[in-house]
Design a protein around this ligand. Structure first.
Ligand SMILES: Cc1ncc(COP(=O)(O)O)c(C=O)c1O
Length: 379
């Protein structure tokens, strides 16, 4: 197949000799779980992030569940969060029979709007669950003010934001709130499946370490358990992959930023297409996906089909959580409840975006998208 027609996926992890080497070391050691790679990965991740208390877990979703439990969420509590996220952030609240209360988003950053969050806080609200969507830092200073005024805890969903930073110089996920990162293969780094919880102190980490391992304390016998727990362990194979990925994280983040720059420059002139917001006030996005918003009136399904016909994969990303059938039925959400989110969700399209994407492939995507948008505008 010529390079002009080779399929271009939306995401693709970067895996090389070092990943193979460390994974093979684990296989040969026979320490496939709870071996030395687990603390080594946690320590290395903590060093990269600038955080002391790190627990590796089996997924970002598992991490959110444990972080919420450690924050003290109770059945019947309300947790204010964003409807513009991957469904796992809201689902994790439901695991504890608490209720995710949505509020609308900032149309620029696509993150939770702090004023809307304040308006959504009610008598039963006990916590805030902001998401740093698409790697752009949420307005944590304002949300922390809201939390301290209203006596709320915060859990940060930083699953898409490894490497991002706030304008005040703090790293996303290292501000002292429990924060969760995820390592599915489309993320800035991968362990296949996996995640980490960053805890504010040693006691919280200890609780999370116990609950990820069926409620067993570190000094207990294998079959003795002193609290309810889960199997949210991350295998040593996954930790080895994570260690290798951390060694090249900075260069993978730089490659993503470079490709985003190419897209930004090339798409700036396409009439009506809205690009990811630039950094303002010192905030620094970590590039997770490259999502554009199509002009009103362009049929997104047609656009996806037209791109696919040219070998280019793209995804409607993300759908509004409150309009998913499960959430509609359970909570009675309807169109119009969160208009900013709904407008963005209806028009957003994730384009191919991964470290090995070549300049030529970016050019192919840009040409194809330009054609699709311009021909739709003519109709
Ligand atoms: C915002 C957000 N929250 C939570 C998750 C859940 O992570 P995982 O798929 O590792 O469970 C993801 C990633 O998929 C995500 O993007």
């Amino acid at each position: 197949m010529s390079a002009d027609h080779e399929p271009i996926p939306v995401a693709r992890p970067l895996i090389g000799a070092r990943e193979e080497e460390l994974v093979l070391d684990v296989l040969r050691s026979r320490h496939l779980s709870l071996g030395p790679m687990l603390p080594a990965f946690e320590q290395s991740f903590g060093e990269h992030l600038g955080a002391e208390h790190v627990s590796a877990v089996s997924s970002g979703t598992a991490g959110l569940h444990l972080a919420l439990r450690a924050s003290g969420v109770q059945p019947g509590d309300e947790v204010v969060t964003t409807p513009f996220s991957f469904v796992a952030s809201a689902n994790s609240v439901l695991y504890e029979d608490a209720r995710p209360v949505f509020c609308d988003i900032d149309p620029r950053t696509l993150n939770i709007d702090p004023q809307a969050a304040a308006a959504a806080v009610g008598e039963r609200t006990t916590g805030l669950l902001p998401v740093h969507i698409f790697g752009y830092p949420a307005a944590m200073a304002e949300l922390e003010l809201l939390a301290s005024r209203s006596g709320l805890w915060i859990v940060e969903d930083a699953c898409e934001a490894l490497g991002a930073a706030h304008g005040d110089g703090t790293t996303v996920g290292a501000r002292g709130n429990p924060a969760v990162f995820a390592f599915y293969p489309n993320k800035q780094m991968t362990t296949g499946e996996g995640g980490v919880v960053v805890s504010p102190d040693a006691a919280v980490k200890q609780r999370i370490d116990s609950e990820r391992n069926q409620g067993r304390a570190p000094n207990m016998d294998w079959l003795d358990h002193d609290r309810l727990g889960f199997n949210y362990r991350l295998s040593d194979v996954a930790c080895a992959l994570g260690l290798a990925q951390l060694e090249r994280l900075d260069s993978m983040l730089a490659a993503r930023a470079r490709i985003a720059g190419l897209y930004n420059a090339a798409l700036a002139h396409v009439e009506g297409v809205e690009l990811p917001c630039p950094n303002v006030d010192g905030d620094r996005r970590s590039w997770f996906v490259y999502v554009v918003q199509l002009p009103h009136g362009v049929d997104r399904d047609d656009a996806i089909r037209a791109l696919r016909a040219r070998g280019i994969d793209s995804k409607p990303y993300l759908p509004a959580i409150h309009l998913m059938s499960f959430y509609r039925e359970r909570f009675g959400h309807r169109e119009g409840h969160f208009p900013v989110c709904e407008d963005v969700a209806a028009r957003s399209l994730a384009l191919p975006f991964f470290p090995e994407l070549t300049d030529g492939q970016v050019e192919r995507v840009v040409t194809a998208l330009t054609d699709v948008v311009e021909s739709a505008a003519v109709v």
